[in-house]
Design a protein around this ligand. Structure first.
Ligand code: ZN
Ligand code: ZN
Length: 258
């Protein structure tokens, strides 16, 4: 089974899985790069997995479904091109012989879901859309800080080896912010260097892993004293002993951060 990040737009990845014959794609905001890859590799598209309703995640769904007959899966509580099978936490789907569990991860949008394949060969696999990014998290367009902190906590509780397939290559700018929050974190310093080298060669920094994110991502580290104190230093109203207040202060700080 091969896992491919197809670049699209400015900084999106359309994640594609295939076994040499059948493929699935996650959040195809644009059909063209997916069609080109399927044709070049002689693959049949079996399934389209959607995490949330933003245009850069659904723009190619109709065209791909109509051209290939692929089944479409998406969040139960969002407006996604129909027909599709609507999913919420507790549901599971089978595609390419793999089982994906569905997690509700509201915050970036109100009905955002993630797909988790526990038994993926090698290590578990997570498609988390715009919820968790490497070194950061999605903006809160429709949810509250408490919802997003809870959603991120759910993802952080997955096994450390889980490969984290996020939709955007935001890693370097996220790590610049993470360094402002936690300048003395040696794992962060090391990871930032690694990612800078990858990007200088034009390579993706993704997938990341849950273990890496626990070590470097300030939005998963709201209980670390250094992170809590930095958030409190930026916004003195944020109680450093309250992880949701710390999260909210970090998210606001990141929104303003250059
Ligand atoms: Zn989005
Ligand atoms: Zn997006």
């Amino acid at each position: 089974m091969k896992l491919i990040p197809l670049p699209a737009f400015q900084d999106n990845y359309l994640w594609l899985l295939h076994d040499g014959q059948r493929a699935l794609v996650v959040d195809p905001g644009d059909a063209a790069p997916v069609q080109a890859f399927l044709a070049a590799q002689g693959l049949r598209l079996e399934a389209i997995l959607v995490t949330h309703h933003h245009a850069d995640h659904i723009g190619g769904v109709d065209e791909l479904r109509d051209a290939t007959g692929a089944r479409v899966f998406g969040p139960a509580r969002e407006r996604i091109p129909q027909p599709l099978q609507r999913l919420a936490e507790g549901d599971a789907i089978e595609a390419l012989g793999l089982r994906f569990q569905v997690l509700d991860v509201p915050g970036h949008t109100a009905g955002h879901i993630a797909y988790y394949a526990e038994h993926f060969p090698g290590a578990p696999l997570l498609f988390c859309g715009d919820t968790l990014f490497s070194g950061g998290c999605g903006r809160l367009f429709e949810g509250t800080p408490a919802q997003m902190a809870d959603s991120l906590g759910k993802l952080a509780a997955l096994p450390g080896t889980t490969r984290v397939c996020c939709t955007h290559e935001y890693t370097l700018s996220n790590l610049k912010f993470a360094t402002a929050v936690e300048p003395g974190n040696p794992q962060l310093i090391h990871y930032r260097q690694q990612c800078e080298e990858l990007r200088s060669r034009g390579e993706p920094t993704l997938p990341s892993t849950i273990a890496v994110e626990q070590g470097v991502n300030p939005f998963l580290r709201t209980r670390q004293p250094a992170v809590a104190q930095a958030a409190h230093g930026h916004d003195p109203a944020a109680d450093p002993s309250d992880p949701v207040a710390v999260f909210a202060a970090l998210r606001q700080w990141k929104n303003e951060f250059q």
